[in-house]
Design a protein around this ligand. Structure first.
Ligand code: GLC
Length: 634
């Protein structure tokens, strides 16, 4: 049962698609108060209660013991002391002494003190007075998620080939670099379906342009790759380069489609191309306009995109850099002592994603001028909906691959997400795992992290272990940053080990795809914490390193270096399967703790008693998979 409580005049976020009668906030069943323009509510937690949720966020599956903020942030250091990542997924679920879910439908900043100030209390602060809050009650955590998901609408389903293995890098600078990647994979006989085009495919980082020097006759190139079974996936950034004669900029400016400052002038800030304007995606007319721009690339045969920098990320605002440069100029020739030097340094360091800049942006919502801070968390989601709505109308459902960096609940109907700029750190294998069920709770089923890690240099064993988790994540993409060590599977010694791991993914695609479809159609989770399935099992309840996958399986990736296996807890008897290439070695294991050996070229999988998982033969592309002749693994 879902009860909606409303206060003031909430912004329509379009997160919830079912309609509910709204009750006044005075009837809200929690301690609550208004204080200084904010709404604050709280509840006590029993010592063993678990709090799930918040989707893409730092730290554990159990969110207790930290303070989080819903504020879409471009922050590439996903350490455990952070409060926000790129998304705002305002759903929490308490399980234990009581069972309930809460969705805070409010697109400004929300602070979630979940046992940080007082260990046994949660206090949630909304930075504003206009909001809807949904209180969700059902018998079990899974039922609560299903009720919530039914209320927010069916999750995006990508095309089948988007379940293939994908290779990205910032950047494959030209056609030759792309060809080399495909040739590298083909020579090593490692499956591959997609190659990504990061910002350098564009002409001077301008959205919807292609650098013709780097990619002469792009259209022919795209079709040639398609004939090889490879999809090219270009990036689209939120900022539109300010440049005379650039049609997207000129049109947007002429139509008044960019975000404004208080005085009505366009808000301008620097991103990759230098000064940009920012489409006002909160305005439906702008969404339609921007969505149709993707046609430039779909006309050339492109059928997949990733939307980036849409928190929005701001390196500096035009006003901010001006002031900083003036300050620096005034200091020229002076003795920069401790105070002066650090003040100057901080001035420049503080230019990026500055609160003052976000506060200076205005949107046009239904003719009213609305400050950006009130809708910050909707910006990236609205960009992605612009694209998703266009694709659905132009091509139908399930035809175009689309995922975004920033997101808010509601965008899950239009696209997937990736978890942004992680690091080549062992701890980030587990961070990826922990975000999966939380993202699923909020409807984001097509998701995953940059496998191998984005920032810094990866080691061969890290990439292999990361991939062995990625075998199960709907988005299985290896991506890495400019200047880091090459991370493509075929670049490392003994590439056959990578083939063994990635082939397992292809063998599992019929299973993973149908499990995914089912989760989308039934408003269910693909990945669940063990505690959802074994609520009375004390060990399962606290497990943060294993997940249930659909109805049949449990996954438990290796997440440490220099180990030949891991300890795993079985909440019931299961078959342990070591999958590698076309090999599947089975071993029945009893309920309880086990140390299981897992070689670097193996993918561990646990199948529940009485359940089976279909496997097909591997192929180099998803289009060549034979979904008819399946071998049942049980
Ligand atoms: C951002 C993205 C990253 C991309 C880079 C360059 O950092 O998160 O994936 O490679 O920008 O476009």
């Amino acid at each position: 049962m879902i009860t909606k409580y409303t206060h003031g005049t909430p912004i329509d976020t379009e997160a919830v698609t079912q309609s509910f009668d709204a009750r006044p906030i005075g009837e809200f069943p929690f301690d609550s108060r208004f204080d200084g323009g904010k709404f604050i509510f709280s509840f006590d937690m029993a010592p063993r209660d678990i709090l799930y949720g918040l989707g893409e966020a730092p730290r554990g599956i159990n969110k207790r013991g930290w303070v989080y903020e819903s504020y879409c942030s471009d922050d590439p250091f996903h350490t455990e002391t952070k409060q926000s990542l790129y998304a705002a997924h305002n759903f929490i679920l308490l399980s234990g002494s009581r069972t309930f879910g809460i969705f805070v439908d409010f697109p400004a900043r929300v602070r979630w003190d979940l046992g940080y100030t007082r260990q046994d209390a949660a206090e949630i602060t909304l930075d504003g007075m206009d909001f809807d809050i949904y209180f969700i009650q059902a018998a079990t955590p899974r039922d609560i998620v299903r009720e919530f998901r039914a209320a927010i609408g069916q999750s995006y389903i990508p095309p089948l080939w988007a379940f293939g293995y994908q290779q990205s890098r910032w950047s494959y600078h030209n056609a030759e670099a792309v060809n080399n990647v495909i040739a590298g994979y083909d020579a090593a006989q490692i499956p591959l379906d997609c190659v990504y085009l990061d910002i350098d495919y564009m002409e001077r980082f301008k959205d919807f342009t292609v650098d013709e020097q780097a990619f002469p006759d792009f259209s022919a190139f795209v079709r040639e790759k398609q004939a090889q079974g490879i999809h090219l996936i270009p990036i689209i950034d939120a900022g539109v380069k300010k440049e005379d004669g650039y049609s997207v900029y000129e049109e947007g400016k002429a139509k008044g489609y960019f975000c404004k400052k208080a005085d009505g002038a366009d808000f301008e800030a620097g991103v990759w191309p230098g000064i940009c304007s920012f489409p006002d995606f909160l305005n439906p007319a702008v969404r339609r306009w921007f969505g149709e721009k993707y046609k430039v690339l779909t006309d050339m045969g492109i059928d997949g995109f990733w939307n980036d920098m849409n928190e929005p990320a701001l390196f500096y605002s035009a006003d901010g850099i001006e002031k900083a440069l003036e300050k620096a100029a005034a200091l020229k020739g002076e003795n920069l002592d401790l105070g002066k030097f650090f003040n100057l340094k901080d001035t420049f360091m503080g230019l990026s994603n500055a609160q003052a800049d976000y506060s200076s942006i205005y949107h046009n919502i239904g003719g009213a001028q609305v400050n950006h801070q009130r809708v910050h968390n909707l910006y990236g989601a609205s960009m992605t909906k612009a694209a998703g709505e266009y694709f659905e109308q132009a091509f139908g459902r399930e035809k175009v691959l689309m995922f975004s960096r920033a997101s808010y609940v509601g965008a899950h109907r239009a696209a997937g997400i990736w978890f942004g700029d992680n690091h080549s750190w062992w701890s980030h294998i587990l961070l990826d795992l922990k975000m999966l069920p939380a993202a699923n709770m909020c409807g984001f089923l097509y998701c995953g992290a940059d496998l191998g890690g984005f920032n810094e240099n990866a080691t061969r064993d890290l990439v292999l272990r990361f991939l062995a988790l990625g075998v199960f994540t709907p988005l299985m993409r290896n991506h890495s940053a400019l200047g880091t060590r090459d991370q493509e599977a075929y670049r490392f010694e003994n590439p056959e080990d990578f083939r063994d791991v990635i082939q397992v993914r292809y063998r599992l695609i019929p299973y993973l795809y149908s499990a995914f479809r089912k989760a989308s159609e039934q408003n269910d989770m693909l990945f669940r914490p063990l505690s959802f399935d074994y609520p009375d099992d004390a060990v399962a309840r606290e497990c943060e390193t294993q997940l249930m996958l659909s109805e049949e399986c449990m996954i438990a990736p290796v997440y440490e270096q220099n180990v030949s296996g891991r300890a795993v807890y079985l909440p019931e008897d299961m078959t342990f399967v070591r999958l590698s290439g076309t090999r599947a070695e089975k071993q029945p294991l009893e309920k309880g703790w086990h140390y299981v050996p897992v070689a670097l070229n193996e993918v561990p999988l646990f199948i529940k008693k009485g359940k089976s998982v279909p496997l097909c033969q591997p192929a180099l592309r998803t289009r060549d998979l034979d979904g008819e002749h399946l071998e049942m693994l049980s």
